[in-house]
Design a protein around this ligand. Structure first.
Ligand code: BES
Ligand code: ZN
Length: 929
């Protein structure tokens, strides 16, 4: 019998991609044909984990396929799989004697299609059963069905496990399938493996049988699932242990980790069920699976993945150790769990039709997660923190011309991957929050509930959401009848960017004239390039009212029929002695520029000690707006810096966060110039009072009641030691010395957890190679992912060129023990260090081919090396150099096109800033000293 093995294109052969001889398939459109629809999958996968030299799987998939239109081919996805063509079978299920078969096959390697031409036509209305055998190695690429490992410290042996990561388009690497989100079908998964392991999949186990052919192997069959998209399928074979928890309504909830980390699962096992319960109540829909597992995977490229009923995480995203994890680490775990569990509804139950609307998954999960965390831990004020964090990110990202709309056309897999970006997540979440605030809670919830009800087990696009929300809004009278959500929201999701609103007050007449245009960082772009019109809900308050609680719009800025800007006049404003502030609690994504008098009134209130009358989020807004407007030249730096001076009395976290984000960008440039001295003294003056107020680096954490003050102390401590404020460096070095003096530093660490980053970094910066080696040894011995990250970030703080160079090199050498998924933290740490910057940039530019291969195919991870380079480049010549580097190395920057665009534009705006503002900033800082 002839066994024809077809190795699909894309497989690496001796380091070379196989030539695409067969890629000229007759079918080249990027979407699957619509003539067929999968009705049900039966997937059997046998996993071999015993021989580390030969980790692989083999399986077969049986798909029931409904024919919607007559056709002579079956086209589906498969990639890097060995398919045994001679054993593919095809049957018409309506009658056993209607014979059919596969006559020939072809491959389209651009879109990963595997095309089977059939002997007879497939007839509309019939259901066929297709069976395909396949096999492949468990790859090392962190996608598809891949291998991961950890060191068992007791036996001192490497233990292997297998795990899947299918989103967005990697189910096709694990089994042939219709790998698009709208082809939903129920799945029956059966896993074969050695009986010493545990098998997990989306559903609970149905039955376990022994394997007749292979000794000590079993077959584990799972229950049939609800209809679901392929990218949400998951399975794993491992030797992990678990912590059980149970929901009140009896959904079984388990948290899994390698045995030696099981004691770090308590927090996730407690928080997970709580937030799942909250969502059931919020959405009015019960979690539909009988069980849910969450599992920490040692090698994992994303942060976490929402597979239905089997949610996978990086260790740092799920595990929590009260001895090693900071408050920020804990909050991050909560927020990530809340995000993935929100997907169980937004994404899994209702899925976007196509990746164009990815934000319906990621924007929702991001926003709903902050509702979840806020509900369970209101004392964290997570909602305010995350909302401001998202806004600060998007103000920057979306002010680049190279940004893109929330909803964007997608044709290639690389484009899907690039869409998992700040626009889908943070901007998506920000516009949902905006709707929540202008519609009010009742309408917003009702709209979401009806959207989820209506599209359960199906797919939706954004217009479906707009419709549900419009209906709810009109029913509850939270939107004028003449308005609909689609007109408003299309201006936010189909357009790139966000507006700046110019407010010009008429102090005599008690009115203000408002106009809008797109806000851009690149100041070379003229008015005509700044078009655009956004529907803006206008909330505002005055010095007399000071009503910051009301975020409902008092008026709207509308757009004309052809999208033209319609100026707006607001009446009934106070006289010349009172300020107005627009955008209460930053409910909407826009910047505001006032006339000079209004700015002066605001600065007056901020600096005369009455600043607390302005809502804390609006204080953060004023800082961010003033510094942005100064950056782009709409405002004098003198005014902006005077406003910032009020911070000497500020004691809240959010305004400081806003200030530090902005000052960081100035620092990145100024610290490479002769005037850094003044900037340093200015920062010292600004932060000394808050540093003293928070009791410096002293361990006061047990007496801090407001959780945000812990975060504030962490952040201020970090800046204080960088700028050698008061006793910061001395105290940090004392802590480190005490740690080094411990007989067993791996089990006893006297450094307060929330200050460890600062203490380690300061000690490495001011210390010797033996301090560095001490920390590196702790890294290697640590069993806690959060601690490992803290250390990785600190090891980049050295000022010794050779130490930094050595660190860069070991970062990219897998034998040294830094996992690939963590390497960017080490690189970033070196690159954000003023000494390391040039080393890291040169390393990147000189080794780009190697780095590309190192990260391949996860180009998203590689793109994270770029921001430190762009943010610190401000010389025209360096910008030009980088530009030609890019054009000479297109091949090794493939899939990073979007990131490269942003990098270049950021560099360009820095060049502009240096040329236009540098002198003025230096002067105004000097004046304030
Ligand atoms: N669905 C994503 C995971 C994902 C990301 C798959 C990129 C494919 C490509 C998951 O829900 C997610 O958003 N994870 C985040 C963490 C989250 C808490 C923001 C991530 O991986 O960064
Ligand atoms: Zn997500």
């Amino acid at each position: 019998m002839k066994l024809l093995l077809l190795l699909l294109a894309g497989v690496m052969l001796a380091g070379l991609t196989t030539a695409d001889s067969s890629s000229s398939s007759s079918y080249s459109y990027y979407r699957l044909p619509t003539a067929l629809r999968p009705e049900k999958y039966n997937l059997r996968v046998l996993t071999r984990l015993e021989n580390p030299e030969d980790l692989r799987f083999e399986g077969s998939v049986k798909i029931l396929i409904k024919v919607l239109e007559n056709t002579k081919n079956i086209t589906l996805h498969a990639k890097n799989l060995t398919i045994d063509e001679s054993h593919i079978t095809l049957k018409d299920t309506s009658s056993a004697d209607k014979k059919n078969c596969i006559s020939s096959t072809e491959v389209n390697s651009v879109h990963d299609f595997y095309v089977m031409h059939t002997c007879e036509q497939l007839l509309a209305g019939e259901i066929y059963e297709l069976t395909m055998p396949f096999s492949a190695d468990l790859n090392r690429q962190l996608e598809g069905y891949y291998r991961s490992s950890y060191l068992d410290p007791v036996a001192n042996k490497t233990r292997w496990l297998s795990i899947t990561q299918f989103e967005p388009a990697s189910a096709r690497l694990a089994f042939p399938c219709f790998d698009e989100p709208n082809f939903k079908a129920p799945f029956v998964v059966t896993l074969g493996y050695h009986k010493k392991y545990t098998g997990l999949s989306n559903m609970p186990v149905k039955e376990i049988k022994s394997n007749e052919q292979i000794a000590d192997y079993i077959w584990c069959e799972f229950e049939e699932s609800v209809p679901m998209s392929t990218y949400l399928i998951a399975y794993s074979v491992n030797d992990f242990t678990h912590k059980p928890s149970t929901l009140p309504n009896s959904t079984l909830f388990r948290t899994w980790a390698r045995p030696n980390a099981i004691d770090q699962c308590d927090y996730a096992a407690d928080f997970g069920p709580k937030v799942l319960q909250y969502y059931e109540d919020l959405f009015g829909i019960k979690f539909p699976m009988p069980k849910i597992d969450q599992i920490a995977i040692p090698d994992f490229s994303a942060g976490a993945m929402e597979n239905w009923g089997l949610v996978t995480y990086r260790e740092i995203a799920l595990l929590y150790s009260s001895d090693h994890s900071s408050l920020a680490d804990k909050q991050r775990v909560a927020s990530i769990i809340a995000h993935e569990l929100a997907h169980q509804w937004f994404g899994n139950l209702v899925t976007m039709k196509w990746w164009t609307d990815l934000w319906l998954n990621e924007g929702f999960a991001t926003y709903v997660a902050s509702l979840g965390v806020e509900n369970i831990n209101p004392e964290w004020h997570a909602m305010e923190q995350e909302s401001l964090g998202n806004l600060l990110t998007i103000f920057r990202r979306d002010a680049l011309e190279s940004s893109h709309p929330i909803s964007r056309p997608i044709e290639m897999v690389a484009e899907i991957s690039e869409s998992f970006d700040q626009i889908s997540y943070q901007k998506g979440s920000t516009v949902l929050r905006m709707m929540h605030m202008f519609l009010g809670d009742e309408s917003f919830r009702a709209g979401l509930q009806s959207y989820l009800q209506k599209f359960s087990y199906g797919n939706a696009e954004q217009d479906n959401l707009w419709e549900s929300l419009t209906q709810a809004a009109h029913k509850y009278r939270s939107l004028p009848k003449s308005y609909d959500i689609k007109s408003i929201m299309d201006s936010w999701t189909l357009q790139t960017g966000y507006p700046i609103i110019n407010v010009t007050r008429d102090y005599e007449g008690g009115s203000a004239k408002l106009t809008q245009e797109r806000y851009l960082l690149n100041t070379q772009i003229g008015r005509s390039g700044r078009g655009g019109c956004w529907w803006v809900p206008l909330s505002y308050t005055t010095q007399g009212q000071q009503d910051f609680n009301n975020t409902a719009p008092k008026a709207w800025m509308e757009c004309g029929k052809t999208g033209e800007v319609l100026p707006k006049t607001i009446k009934d404003l106070p006289g010349a002695d009172q300020w107005v502030i627009f955008n209460t609690q930053l409910s909407t994504l826009y910047k505001v520029n006032y006339d000079e008098r209004n700015w002066k009134l605001l600065i007056e209130t901020l600096t005369n000690g009455e600043f607390e009358r302005i809502h804390v989020i609006n204080r953060a807004q004023l800082i961010d707006d003033a510094l942005y407007l100064a950056w782009t030249g709409e405002q004098d730096y003198e005014i902006a810096m005077r406003l910032v001076e009020y911070l000497q009395r500020e004691r809240e976290y959010l305004p400081w966060k806003s200030a530090f984000e902005n000052l960081k960008r100035m620092k990145n440039i100024i610290r490479q110039t002769p005037n850094y001295e003044f900037f340093k003294r200015y920062i010292q003056k600004l932060i000394t009072p808050i540093y003293i107020h928070l009791n410096g680096l002293n361990d006061t954490f047990s007496s801090i009641e407001q959780q945000e003050q812990v975060l504030l102390k962490t952040m201020v401590g970090n800046w204080a030691c960088q700028y050698q404020v008061e006793d910061c460096v001395r105290v940090a070095l004392d802590y480190y010395r005490a740690w080094r003096a411990e007989p067993n530093p791996d089990t006893k660490n006297p450094v307060p957890i929330n200050l460890r980053q600062t203490v380690y970094c300061t000690s490495i910066r001011h210390g010797s190679d033996s301090d560095w080696q001490f920390l590196w040894t702790r890294y290697k011995n640590s069993n806690v992912a959060a601690e490992k990250r803290t250390i990785l970030t600190s090891l980049g703080c050295s000022r010794e060129v050779w130490v930094l160079q050595r660190y860069l090199e070991l970062t990219f050498d897998p034998k040294e023990g830094i996992r690939r998924q963590d390497s960017m933290w080490a690189f970033q740490a070196v690159a954000y260090n003023e000494i390391g910057f040039h080393l890291a940039r040169d390393y990147f530019m000189n080794n780009v081919d190697f780095i590309y291969k190192f990260y391949h195919p996860i180009t998203k991870d590689m793109s994270r090396l770029l921001p430190p380079i762009s943010e610190q480049t401000f010389l025209l010549s360096d910008f030009e150099d980088f530009k030609s580097f890019v054009s000479n190395n297109r091949g090794s920057l493939k899939g990073l096109e979007q990131a490269i665009q942003q990098t270049l534009e950021t560099m360009l705006t820095n060049v502009q800033w240096k040329e236009r503002n540098y002198r003025q900033v230096a002067r105004s800082i000097e004046d304030l000293l």
